[in-house]
Write a protein that binds this ligand. Sequence first.
Ligand code: C2O
Ligand code: CU
Ligand code: CU
Length: 472
Amino acid sequence: MFAGETVARSTYARLGIKYSSSRPTTPRFTVPLRIPPELRPVRRDEATDHYEIAQKEAFVEILPGQRTKIWGYEGMFPGPTIRALRGRKVVVRHSNQLKTHTAVHLHGGVTAAQFDGFPTDTIMPGESRSYEYLNRGCGTTLWYHDHAMDHTGRNIYMGLVGLYLIADKREGALNLPSDEYDIPLLLQCHSFGEDGRIEYHAGPAGRMGAYGDTILVNGAPWPRLDVGARKYRFRILNASNARAFRLSLNSGRPLVQIATDGGLLPAPVKCDSISIAMAERVEIVLDFSEYPIGSRVTLQNQEGKGALGDIMQFEVAREERDDSSLPEKLIDVPKLDVQSSVRERRFDFGGTPFLGFTFGVWTINGKRFDAETPLAQVRYGDVEVWHLRNRGFGPLSMLHPIHIHLGHFQILERNRRAPLPWERGWKDTISLQPHEDAKVIMKFDGYRGRYLIHCHNLEHEDHSMMARFDVV
Ligand code: C2O
Ligand code: CU
Ligand code: CU
C-alpha cells in the first residue's frame, strides 16, 4: 500500500471518521466495460471543431440495479470523449447547469492561460464559457476535468471528468491497434452508500484524500470485457482523487508500455508492473493471442489488498484477425539537454503539522496557494530544471503526484538515479513518495501567462498544495 493510504486509514481510525462505503461490495467482473461515447461537434468549419457541453446533474446506473446521482459533462459518468486532430483547433463551450461554480482544465494540454481553467476563472451556475485548444502537440491521451477553487476534489468525485484524445496522423504508419481495438480505461475509486449514493469522504477536515473502496473503470465497478485473441491498445488514466495503482497481469506476463502522459515512447518497454499515480497516463498493448480461447486475464493492482487488488478482467472470447503491429521503434523523442537550462528552481512539497485536532495545511515551499502571487516567474522560451522534493514528515508523509500545467517535461533524475522504466518519455505529472525527489526539465515555449503547479491528490490541491507560476 502506498504510504499515503496507510497514513489516511490510521488517521481516520484515530479520529473515528468513516473511511469506506457503508454498503456491501459489488461482485467483481460481472458488469460489462462501457466505453464513453465520443462527443460530436455541433459545427465544423475549415479550421475548427466546435463542441458544446452541458454540466449537469443526472442519475446513472453505476452499481447494478441502483441509481446514483452524479454531476456529469452532458450528464454522463465519465463524460463523453473528445477526439481532436493534431493541428486542428477545438472550441468547447461549457454551460454550467449545476448549483455550484466550476472551471474546466484540459490536463496535459498546451493551452493559452485564459482557457487553462485557472481555479478562479470560474463558470457560475447558469453561465457558460468557451475554451479554445490548438492541439499543436503530438498524439496524446489527455483528459478534461473540473478545476474549481477549493472544490476540485468533490466536483471530480461527483463525475466531472472526461477523456480528450489528440490523434496524430503520423501515428497511422505505425499500424498500432486502432478503432475498436484502441480502448480507454479511466480508473477511479469511489465509496457508495447503501442507496447507491456517492459518499465523499476525504478525511480530517477533508484534507487527506478521498480513497473510496470500489474500483471503477469507465464508471463501472470491476468490469469485464470480452476480447478477441489479438492485440489491443489500452489508454489508461488514473482519474482517482487519491488512490495510486500499480498495474500488473495475474498471468504474470509483462505489460508492454508504448506511451506516457505526453505521447508515444521511442520504443515499447516491457514492465512486470507499472505504477500509475493520480492524473498519470500509461498506454499499453496487450496481446491476447498469447492465451488460449476461454482464458481470463485480470488486470490487477499490486498496491491494493482484497477487492482493491483487482481492477478488471478480460475474457479471451474468440479467434480474431489481427492486422495491427507493434513496431520495435515508435517515434523520435528529442531529449531536452540539461546544458540548455538557464536556471534551477526548487519546489518543496510539505505541510504544517497537526495542531491539536486542527489539521494543518499542505504547502509548496512553505506557502499555501495564493492566486494573486506567483511563486516563480519564468522567461518565455527558457529551458529550466525544476527540483521537486516531497518533504514528508510524520503524519504528513504522503504520496504527492506533482503536476505542472502548460507543457510537458522530461525526468532527468529520480532520487539521483535514472527515472523509472515507465516514465522515460514526456510527462506532465510525476509521482513522489515521501522523501523522494526528482529533477525535471522543461521548455517554456507554449504561452505567456499564469499557470499552476500542484499536487494531484485532489484534496491536497484543494487544501492549498498548489502554486501559481507565470511565464513572462
Ligand atoms: Cu489535472 Cu491542474 O490538473
Ligand atoms: Cu494540467
Ligand atoms: Cu499531495
